[in-house]
Design a protein around this ligand. Structure first.
Ligand code: ADP
Ligand code: ZN
Ligand code: MG
Length: 481
């Protein structure tokens, strides 16, 4: 990026809430049902029907507000946002506009070097989703209105971010919080977490904001970063060429790695927002608010501190393990079985997460149950197998879905910890290699490793490494005298 300029980024994040029913009717929110089956006169906007607000929707949004240090407004109202689109049968979307339920919050993003930046949250409001248009290959468009009325929470940030990395860290933080609260699954690929990025640039040192554009349609963290970087560079080029930025909405095309103009920006008055006449103001009094606050689960920050304090894990480990709640849950199930917390953490952070990332699966679908991984850690701890052998057992666990103890038995991988047996092997190697023995006697310490290697080869890695070391040292040193 051109040093002369500074980018300014604000995100609008939509989170689909995990309620059983829709925001204003009793229709199911279940994903994947046959198109146009989760519908009723209310979410189809038939004349004369009346919406009734889902109480869970309010509770979930207040939870999010509390988790992000927002003020919870005692009174908030719904508004109609009017526009025409085939996937919006009512002709308007019920949203919150002038008096949203939560305002003035913030979250902290954490950089790799442990430094922290606070990102402001302007507002969080409740709204309904629209349907889905499916453009097929022959020029027709199909409409599925199952999504009409799915509860959405919109989280609007302050324009506080300056780089694509900051934007994606912020988005990860939001996802982490909604997942911990259990109010949204946070799946960007499936669209249950969506993000629009507002981007502008200005000369470094300038305090006035530049004209912004809005990019939509990014369905992964990578794409959010790429799209913002693309747009920053595009805007700088336009300005460097003497042009000006037009306020508009762009669509990110992940295949072409480019954003394309979708429409010039509409103004709020184009939507003719007005208060929704069919819904009462939402009132969250102190009593209800404190009841909701009582449901607050452990938040990521707290969990991270707990992992470092209670299990004596390094900060770095705790950060990685708590990034996703299901991973932290998995880890804590592993350590129900073993008390070797650090070894368990190493296995989850490296071996487990590696497979998850490579195979692109969720940890809930990870083939090795946490109890089995705990058992594996115990086998190492008790000296039944060596750490090296464990690395051979693990892929078998992944593949055959068998208990590590069964695999060890079946494949005869038990660690050799019988001192007389180890002595026998050590003696054999020493008598096989008189040349190297002579070198050791002459003070060449390096050959010690050579002997260890020979013994491990002889035992196919099964000899207890500590015992091998001790016995070998003793025997070799005895020869020195
Ligand atoms: P709009 O009315 O166009 O939706 P808002 O004021 O509601 O604009 O802001 C929408 C989002 O855009 C917010 O996240 C806000 O922080 C961000 N934003 C506003 N102005 C700018 C700007 N000049 N550059 C970058 N982001 C901005
Ligand atoms: Zn309905
Ligand atoms: Mg806006």
């Amino acid at each position: 990026m051109n040093e002369k300029y500074e980018a300014v980024i604000g995100l609008e994040v939509h989170a689909q809430l995990l309620t059983e029913s829709k925001i204003f009717c009793g229709c199911s929110t279940k994903f994947g049902n046959a198109p146009n089956t989760n519908v009723c006169p209310v979410c189809l906007g038939h004349p004369g029907v009346l919406p009734v607000l889902n109480k869970k929707m309010v509770e979930y949004t207040v939870l999010m507000g509390l988790a992000t240090d927002c003020d919870i407004n005692e009174r908030s109202i719904f508004a109609r946002k009017n526009y025409f689109y085939p996937d919006l049968p009512k002709g308007y979307q019920i949203s919150q506009y002038e008096e949203p339920i939560c305002e003035h919050g913030h979250v902290n993003i954490v950089f790799q070097d442990d430094s922290i930046k606070r990102i402001g949250i302007t507002r969080i409001h409740m709204e309904e989703d629209a349907g889905k248009s499916i453009h097929d290959q022959s020029y027709s468009t199909l409409v599925d209105v199952n999504r009409c009325g799915i509860p959405l929470m919109e989280i609007v940030s302050e324009p506080d971010m300056r780089t694509p990395t900051e934007a994606s860290l912020y988005l990860m933080k939001i996802r982490q919080i909604v997942q911990y609260l259990g109010i949204c699954d946070g799946n960007m690929e499936e669209g249950s977490l969506r993000c629009d990025a507002n981007v502008s640039v200005r000369l470094a040192g300038e305090t006035k904001l530049g004209t912004k554009t809005e990019i939509k349609n990014m369905n992964s963290f990578k794409n959010v970063e790429k799209a913002i970087a693309f747009e920053i560079n595009r805007q700088i080029e336009v300005i460097e060429d003497g042009g000006t930025i037009t306020q508009e909405t762009l669509l990110w095309n992940a295949d072409l790695n480019e954003a394309f103009s979708m429409r010039s920006k509409e103004e709020a008055h184009d939507y003719r927002y007005f208060p929704e006449p069919d819904l009462l103001p939402v009132v969250v009094d102190e009593k209800w608010k404190s009841e909701i606050a009582k449901q607050m689960p452990e938040l990521p920050e707290v969990r991270k501190n707990r992992l470092t304090n209670k299990y004596n894990l390094p900060k770095y480990d705790a950060e990685i393990l708590t990034q996703s709640k299901p991973v932290a849950d998995y880890y804590e199930k592993v350590i129900e079985v073993t008390d070797d917390y650090k070894t368990a953490s190493n296995w989850v952070m490296t071996d487990v997460l590696k497979v998850i990332n490579e195979e692109k699966i969720e940890i809930n679908n990870f083939p090795v149950p946490p109890e089995d991984l705990g058992e594996l850690v115990n086998l190492i701890k008790e000296g039944t197998i060596s750490g090296k052998i464990a690395k051979e057992v693990f892929p078998v666990m992944l593949h055959d879905k068998k208990k590590p103890s069964a695999i060890v038995k079946e494949k005869n991988l038990l660690q050799i910890s019988d001192s007389s047996e180890i002595e026998k092997i050590v003696d054999k190697i020493i008598s096989d290699k008189p040349g190297e023995v002579q070198q050791y006697i002459e003070g060449k310490e390096k050959v010690f490793g050579f002997f260890v290697g020979q013994i491990m080869r002889e035992t196919k890695g099964k000899a207890n490494p500590q015992m091998v070391n001790d016995t070998l040292r003793e025997k070799l040193d005895a020869l020195k005298k």
